[in-house]
Design a protein around this ligand. Structure first.
Ligand code: ASP
Length: 622
């Protein structure tokens, strides 16, 4: 039931009440068309032996043993073995021998017990003695094998995505996604949230990425932008009085595609009015726990919380993977002033302890040193202290520090005999980032990120602003509609760099196993404060009015206090299934160049279409 009899109000001058009817339950039984199927390829068991059935599906494999031909018939529910016996029906058996992989057939036959049972298959106890067969469609030989593990490379799988989607693991992911979406709707619906669709053809919303733009034929020379998120619309819905909104919605961001990003992706987008940050965290912790329980049967404990500064200090990341420890230990006070120039000139000296790794060979340590020195990580070097099993100690900085000193450092890490400490030094932010990478790499190499282990964490109290070296100005760390903490409002316009950096926001992220699953904030709902924030971000009043006049205008008509969050739906699917890539949770994804290999998009459009859009192309040779 979606609304549990709760009545919802639309805002109107007479405050008339509109009752929303409760939808009827839809039964989930699969009704099969008897002509093609009395059963699916996944459901026949011993109890069906002796029954005459009809099934349809794709030829997965065929085995020809002279007098007998066996065919594995597949649909999305499973695989059933068909038997054709030459002695029973010569013509039918000959026809079966000619079937190629992925032919589509319908068969009528008798369910019988198998002599040679297959315990690895749900239908492995039975087989179908085929009496009649229709070839519903032939198939070319597929370009890759349609099996659990395929021999198809990425590009080929993308080009023939409709075939890749026939493979069990990909199909399971897409089915999981559907289940998760339904569970989300059911839970949020049950909590009184209403799903509202917001437009795709909008004006740009700055969320840190480039917009995809769409030319308008009817308004020559003007462009819509595709939403990076429905942020401003959901805030306007709060002004309208829909105090609990959600939407499972596509968002579009024209970013350089770093690994595993998609230019279009899906969010569970949510907003609430008259709530504190605490209520928002509780509500969406509730959603997350419910989704884990309903879809994968995992009961999550209450989510711990950590503020941003602490996360950076202890893990060098605002999305720490809490499945393992290896926390940072800062060493400035003991490592500096001892004439080791690398440490002396560093802003931060910081290390981690890898349990049981003292046995690493020289070569392995050199390998790890090269790994942190790669340009992607950018460390200058890697210092180690080995606390050997036999009680001895070996370190790359043994010349500069006495054994007693290094043992005292070891105590800070809680290092035991057999452990290895790694230390990096340099500028604070960079060094933390590098050590975070090293921590994660060691976590991976040492198998500390265990499958099926889920460690959620709320990271709270994010900075309001972030300094951007390239553009030499501050950007909103979350987005420009995020509210500063009450106690920081007064300090917002002091203008001094360090103060700006120290401003904190009511902004939070949900992190699971080191992935950012959701992020949100309490919003500004006051025109003057919003204008002040735009000023901080370098907008002139005219620019702010031009781009966001509609929102600031709405704030003047009784905007309620509000806040919300958005979950990355594709990423949530992947994390819940312990998979690194979101791509196979999207039915038709783009490749790393943002291309759809199957339909070959993007593509040029013809001249007449451009003319109609009043667009002249002047493409530079590349
Ligand atoms: N619109 C934000 C985003 O896409 C989420 C939010 O603040 O609710 O990250």
């Amino acid at each position: 039931m979606y609304f549990k009899g709760e009545s919802l109000f639309l805002r109107s001058s007479c405050q008339k009440e509109y009752k929303i009817p409760t939808p009827k339950r839809i039964t989930s039984r699969i009704k099969l068309n008897k002509m093609y199927r009395s059963h699916t390829c996944g459901e026949l068991r011993m109890q069906h032996v002796g029954q005459e059935i009809t099934i349809s599906g794709w030829v997965q494999a065929s085995r020809d043993f002279g007098g007998m031909t066996f065919i594995d018939l597949r649909d999305r529910y499973g695989i059933t073995q068909l038997v054709f016996d030459m002695e029973d029906d010569d013509a039918l058996c000959t026809q079966a021998r000619k079937l190629g992989r992925e032919f589509v057939v319908r068969v009528k036959g008798l369910v019988r017990e198998r002599t040679n049972k297959n315990p690895n298959r749900a239908t492995g106890d039975i087989e179908i003695e085929v009496k009649e067969m229709d070839v519903l469609n032939a198939s070319k030989v597929p370009p890759f094998t349609i099996e659990e593990d395929t021999d198809g490379g990425d590009d080929l799988r993308m080009k023939y995505r409709y075939l890749d989607l026939r493979r069990g693991p990909v199909q399971a992911n897409i089915i999981f996604r559907s289940k998760l979406a339904l569970a989300t709707r059911s839970y949020l619906g049950g909590q009184g949230f209403i799903e509202v669709e917001t437009p795709f053809l909008i004006k740009s919303t700055p969320e840190g990425a480039r917009d995809f733009v769409v030319p308008s034929r009817m308004n020559g020379g003007q462009f819509y932008a595709l939403p990076q998120s429905p942020q401003t619309f959901k805030q306007l819905l709060m002004v309208s009085g829909f105090d609990k909104y959600f939407q499972i919605v596509k968002c579009f961001r024209d970013e350089d595609l770093r690994a595993d990003r998609q230019p279009e992706f899906t969010q569970i987008d949510c907003e609430m009015s008259f709530v504190t940050q605490e209520q928002i965290l509780q509500t969406f912790e509730g959603l997350t726990k419910n989704l884990f329980k309903e879809t994968i049967g995992v009961e999550l404990p209450d989510f711990p919380r950590m503020n941003y500064d602490e996360a950076m200090r202890r893990f060098g990341s605002d999305k720490p993977d809490m499945r393992f420890g290896m926390e940072f230990v800062e060493l400035n006070d003991v490592a500096q002033g001892k004439n080791f120039v690398v440490f002396d000139k560093a802003e931060l000296v910081v290390g981690i302890c890898a349990e049981g790794q003292a046995g690493m060979t020289r070569k392995q340590v050199d390998g790890l040193t090269d790994w942190v020195k790669r340009p992607q990580i950018g460390a200058k070097g890697l210092v180690y202290i080995k606390f050997n099993e036999d009680g001895s100690l070996k370190s790359s900085i043994g010349k500069f520090f006495s054994e007693d000193e290094l043992r005292a450092w070891g105590e800070r890490f809680g290092a035991k005999p057999g452990d290895m400490v790694f230390i990096l030094a340099g500028e604070t932010d960079k060094t933390r980032k590098q050590l975070n990478e090293l921590r994660l790499e060691l976590g991976r190499r040492l198998g500390l990120m265990k499958e099926g282990d889920f460690k959620p964490l709320w990271v709270v109290d994010f900075p309001l602003l972030e300094w951007d070296e390239d553009s030499n100005r501050f950007h909103a760390m979350h987005h420009p509609f995020t509210s500063p903490k009450k106690e920081d409002v007064e300090r917002m316009l002091t203008g001094d760099h360090e103060t700006m950096k120290s401003l904190r926001a009511d902004a939070y992220d949900l992190v699971i196993n080191g992935s950012e699953i959701g992020g949100g904030s309490i919003r500004i709902h006051d025109r003057a404060l919003q204008a002040r924030n735009f000023k901080l971000l370098g907008f002139t009043p005219e620019e702010a009015e031009e781009q966001f006049g509609f929102l600031m205008g709405a704030f003047e008509y009784g905007a309620p206090p509000h806040g919300g969050i958005a979950f990355g739906f594709d990423r949530l699917c992947a994390v819940m299934n312990g998979q690194a890539s979101i791509r196979d949770f999207i039915a038709f994804p783009k490749n790393n160049q943002g291309r759809d290999m199957m339909i070959d998009a993007p593509a040029a459009v013809d001249g007449a279409q451009l003319e109609e859009l009043q667009i002249k192309l002047d493409l530079k040779e590349s």
